[in-house]
Design a protein around this ligand. Structure first.
Ligand SMILES: Cc1cc2nc3c(=O)[nH]c(=O)nc-3n(C[C@H](O)[C@H](O)[C@H](O)COP(=O)(O)O)c2cc1C
Length: 171
């Protein structure tokens, strides 16, 4: 079973989860940033990592997913929202929908710190132009995201992929 892990990451959060996944993968599993990733056709099991951009898996990973056909796939992602929110579930579902010709063996999502430059730019916007008001809940969510991914997230990602490998090997 040839295993490939591909991630898209602007600021390193999704890369951190990809590295956790890689750490429990078979010794010959390969890890690539999406810009350098090889042809998915040459692999059996793909672990694909995205960051959530405006409620969707990011564009670079979405484009790569379009090349994936007839594979066993594990999907993982990071986002600023709460991982147990409808927003997170919908974002994961959109990732699943991007690989319709493959078998999705499992999904994983956790919070990832939001780029401070993006937060600073948003804070400077006039109130009327802001999509979301800065409520106490939102402040708390951003503050929590700033601590992630943490060691618990990495441990959960390792367990997620260990379970997937188990599924594949007992098939
Ligand atoms: C332009 C932009 C759009 C984003 N859109 C969302 C979003 O719609 N929902 C969300 O929960 N987080 C959103 N985020 C937060 C990122 O998904 C989160 O910080 C992620 O962990 C970044 O991953 P990376 O470090 O691998 O690039 C957005 C961040 C940026 C910069």
């Amino acid at each position: 079973m040839k295993t490939l892990i591909v991630y898209s990451s602007r600021t390193g959060n999704t890369r951190m989860i990809a590295e956790a996944v890689h750490s429990v993968a078979p010794a010959d599993a390969e890890l690539f940033a999406v810009a350098d990733a090889p042809d998915p056709a040459d692999y059996d099991l793909l672990a694909l990592g995205f960051w959530v951009d405006k409620g969707e898996p990011d564009r670079a990973m979405t484009d790569y997913m379009g090349r994936v056909q007839g594979k066993s796939v594990a999907l993982f992602g990071t986002l600023g929202a709460w991982p147990d929110s409808d927003h997170a579930r919908e974002s994961v579902q959109k990732a699943v929908d991007r690989v319709p010709g493959s078998k999705v063996l499992g999904t994983f999502i956790c919070q990832g710190k939001i780029d401070p430059k993006v937060l600073a730019a948003m804070a400077k916007m006039p109130e009327a132009a802001k999509h979301h008001a800065m409520t106490a809940e939102r402040k708390a969510r951003i503050a929590e995201a700033a601590k992630h991914p943490d060691e618990n997230d990495c441990a959960a990602a390792r367990k997620f992929f260990t379970d997937i490998l188990q599924q594949v090997s007992v098939k």
